[in-house]
Each structure stands twice: as structure tokens, then as C-alpha cells.
Design a binder for this molecule. Structure first.
Ligand code: MRU
Length: 340
């Protein structure tokens, strides 16, 4: 396969490399990813993360395995193992459905290669379209709040919600970005803060619990988040903590926007209650781990509830900013996301 490089994925020496998003920003470590077990490990440890990136990494690995001689039947089994690696972000399933069609062809090696590269190129273009559609909604002098990480690290391009923010900044309309640290795995504190710093966008990092008082003080003009799955009724699964922001935004009369590519839309999923929510290891809540080591503050064997995502009902969303344009609540109510 030709060499390829995005913020957090590379193909070189006919192998997939991923930028370890658990080590960032303290360390920039590129991990070789030669086989399915290694990629599943990276995905489950969130070294590879973000809805679009998970699907792209799985697709690229399949194409590389095919090129390196893996037989068709083994590729089909590998595809299903990758599909099951994380349950909530539907981009993985959508991308792998396309790879499955490529695998069914006689010339499956060439077809998988073409399809994986096409998915990467498409994701880049989708990010640009989302940024263009969304930046129109950002008023001059905006103080925006974002949650989790939705930037170049999580996609093949400029990102989704963070791509909107970056473009709005280039257009001179962003006064400040409030960055939720995003407990428990700190994608905001580690990754979004790093990306905004690299982009030169002014930001202030806050603990998640500080957002409410900022809104009460009228210091937030709009909230921008990404999505892991959008159901047919417009409900959105995204990083845990998103729902509480939406409730707060509604109470304070602040616009709440969801930015995502159409690959995040699941028309077959009727509503948020039908979205599978990943439950994660208790140790993420009882302490913290990183390139600095591991610390535990909770009692040994503390009983823990650790869902990775929550569901924001459509009624709390001001606009779904897709690559195809901004979808308004009335359009969602009329069924624009329903099965065609
Ligand atoms: O658990 P993560 O870090 O993969 O969760 C990521 C999110 O919830 C993002 O907001 C979402 O995937 C959109 S990324 C463009």
C-alpha cells in the first residue's frame, strides 16, 4: 500500500502505525500494528480512539493484511473480530460493511486496498465539509465549550466539532474555548488541550464539574460536541458527560450543536435507548494511568459504574452539523434520519 499519514495514523513499510493517544501529550509514541490482536488491544486501550479513527484503522489493517497474503476466509474472520472491538461508535460498523463488500470481490486484495484508502480520503473531505457548515453558526467573539476530543487525532482530517472550532478561529470568531477535561480518561485535558495549543486557538481547561457555573455566569455562548452514533430519531450517543452539558445548555438557553460525518448516522437504530453503551474497566474510575504510571485513590475493590458514553435526547440538540449541512430539529422531527 502507498504510504499514508494523518495526525494519528500512518502506513509505511507496508504496515499500520498508530500514534498512542494514551501517551499523548507527554510522549509521542508511534506503535507498530501488525495484526488484528494488536489493533484490538490498541482500540480497547484507547490508544486508537474517536469514532471515525477506529473505523479507519480497522479498514487499513484489513487491506494491509490482504496485501501481505492473508487468505479470504481469515480476512472475513478478522473483519468480524475488529467489528466487535468497541460497541458504540457506528463508524466502525459502517466502514467494515464497506470493506466486507470489497472482500466479496474476486480481486479482493486490490478492492480492499482501494476501499480503505477511499474511506480515509472521504473522511478528510467530510471533516472539511462539517467545518464549513458549522463555522457559519459561530458568531464573532464566541466563547465555546467542548467535551472529549473531536479533532485531527480522532479523524483523518481536521476533526468534527474541533474542526468547526478551528475554522471559526481562522475566521476570527473564537474568543475562547472552554475545554472539559472529560473524566475518566481525560481526552479533553490531554488531547483537546494539546490540539488547540498546536493550532494556536485560545483555550482554558476546566474540570467537567465547572461547566455549570460558567454557564450561569454567561461565559459560554455555544457548546460543540461530536458523536459516536446518531439514532434515527436524532438521539446522540457521545462521550459520558455530554448529556449533562446538554441539560445545562437547555436550562441556560445556550445552543448545543452536535458535529459528525454521515458515517456516524445509524438509520437502523430507532432511538438512543437502542444504542449499545460500552462499559469499561473500574480502574479508570478508581484512579488514573498514563505515561507517568498508575495511581489509585479509591478503596481497593471499590464498586464502580463506568459507562464510556451517554445518550443526549434529540429534544436537547439545537442542530446536527453533518457534512451534508446543518440539520434543524424540525427536520429531525419530520424524519430526515429515518430509514430510507
Ligand atoms: O472513548 P473515545 O475517546 O473513543 O470517545 C470519543 C468520543 O466520544 C468523541 O466525541 C466521538 O467519537 C467523536 S470523534 C470525532
Amino acid at each position: 500500500m502507498q504510504t499514508l499519514s494523518t495526525t494519528s495514523l500512518q502506513v509505511r513499510e507496508n504496515q499500520l502505525w498508530i500514534l498512542d493517544q494514551q501517551a499523548l501529550p507527554q510522549e509521542k509514541i508511534w506503535c507498530p500494528t501488525p495484526d488484528v490482536a494488536t489493533l484490538v488491544g490498541h482500540i480497547q486501550a484507547l490508544r486508537v480512539r474517536g469514532a471515525p479513527l477506529i473505523g479507519l484503522s480497522a479498514s487499513l489493517l484489513l487491506a494491509l493484511l490482504a496485501e501481505n497474503g492473508m487468505p479470504k476466509a481469515e480476512l472475513a474472520a478478522a473483519l468480524e473480530v475488529l467489528r466487535a472491538s468497541r460497541p458504540t461508535a457506528v463508524n466502525l460498523m459502517n466502514n467494515l460493511d464497506r470493506m466486507k463488500l470489497a472482500l466479496a470481490q474476486d480481486n479482493f486484495v486490490g478492492a480492499l486496498n482501494t476501499e480503505a484508502l477511499r474511506l480515509v480520503a472521504e473522511d478528510k473531505a467530510l471533516c472539511n465539509s462539517i467545518a464549513e457548515a458549522g463555522s457559519v453558526l459561530v458568531k464573532p467573539g464566541s466563547r465555546l465549550l467542548t467535551h472529549c476530543n473531536t479533532g485531527g487525532l480522532a479523524t483523518a482530517g481536521v476533526g468534527t466539532a474541533l474542526g468547526v472550532i478551528a475554522l471559526a478561529h481562522q475566521q476570527g470568531n473564537v474568543a475562547n474555548v472552554w475545554v472539559d477535561e472529560t473524566r475518566p480518561l481525560l481526552q479533553g485535558g490531554r488531547l483537546t488541550a494539546w490540539e488547540l495549543g498546536e493550532l494556536g486557538v485560545p483555550y482554558k481547561l476546566i474540570c467537567d464539574s465547572m461547566a455549570a457555573s460558567l454557564m450561569a455566569q454567561q461565559q459560554v455562548d455555544a457548546i460543540w460536541v461530536g458523536a459516536d452514533r446518531i439514532a434515527a430519531n436524532g438521539d446522540v450517543a457521545n462521550k459520558i458527560g455530554t448529556y449533562s452539558l446538554a441539560v445545562l445548555a437547555n436550562y441556560h438557553g445556550i445552543p448545543f450543536y452536535v458535529a459528525a460525518p454521515h458515517t456516524t448516522l445509524d438509520r437502523s437504530c430507532p432511538n438512543g435507548a437502542a444504542i449499545p453503551i460500552e462499559q469499561r474497566d473500574a480502574r479508570e474510575v478508581t484512579g488514573v494511568a498514563g505515561s507517568f504510571g498508575q495511581v489509585q485513590w479509591a478503596p481497593q475493590n471499590a464498586s464502580v459504574y463506568n459507562p464510556a458514553f451517554d445518550v443526549t435526547p434529540a429534544a436537547l440538540i439545537s442542530g446536527w452539523v453533518l457534512d451534508t449541512g446543518v440539520v434543524a430539529p424540525a427536520q429531525v422531527a419530520e424524519g430526515i434520519f429515518q430509514p430510507r
